[in-house]
Design a protein around this ligand. Structure first.
Ligand SMILES: Nc1ncnc2c1ncn2[C@@H]1O[C@H](COP(=O)(O)OP(=O)(O)OP(=O)(O)O)[C@@H](O)[C@H]1O
Ligand SMILES: [Mg+2]
Length: 144
């Protein structure tokens, strides 16, 4: 999961919105950790379950890692300006997007993680033309 995330990060670019789907413990945060390591972040990556979002600043971009598992405060969403986090200078990774109501923009990429006997299966789908271009560019990088 960490290795895949790291390769997946290699062709990520600002503006991308990535939704992470999978049951509890499937590995969404671990994949996000791999992506952050791939972007060069070396410190601890914690799960945003309690804070809704963790913010990472790189020289050229921001990465916002959301987790909507416990989300219920739509007013906080508006007041805190979280909507503005989805912009052309940032990458947004979102765990549990299905619990966000209809707040979020369309995902460029959707990653589905499923349990296998001895590991996980990862499926990446494009939700926009930008996402389709990403998959074309990134195909070689994400094949082990
Ligand atoms: N491919 C894998 N094989 C085996 N264990 C894994 C794999 N990916 C993640 N794990 C382990 O599964 C546990 C849960 O992972 P993680 O916290 O990333 O899941 P999550 O999908 O973010 O869960 P949640 O829905 O609670 O946020 C961790 O102990 C992690 O190390
Ligand atoms: Mg998680």
């Amino acid at each position: 999961m960490l290795a895949f995330g790291s390769r997946f990060a290699a062709c990520l670019h600002p503006g991308l919105v990535v939704f992470l789907y999978g049951n509890l413990g499937a590995g969404k945060t671990t994949l996000a950790r791999g992506i952050l390591h791939g972007l060069g972040y070396t410190r601890h990556v914690k799960s945003p379950t309690y804070n809704l979002v963790e913010i990472y600043k790189f020289s050229q971009l921001y990465l916002y890692h959301f987790d909507f598992y416990r989300f219920n405060d739509f007013l906080e969403w508006e007041d805190a300006g979280f909507r503005e986090y989805f912009n052309s200078k940032s990458i947004c990774l979102v765990e549990w997007p299905e619990k966000s109501g209809d707040l979020l923009p369309t995902a460029d990429l959707q990653i589905f993680i499923n349990f296998l006997d001895n590991g996980r299966n990862i499926e990446v789908r494009a939700g926009t033309d930008t996402g389709k271009r990403y998959i074309k560019t990134c195909k070689n990088l994400t094949t082990p």
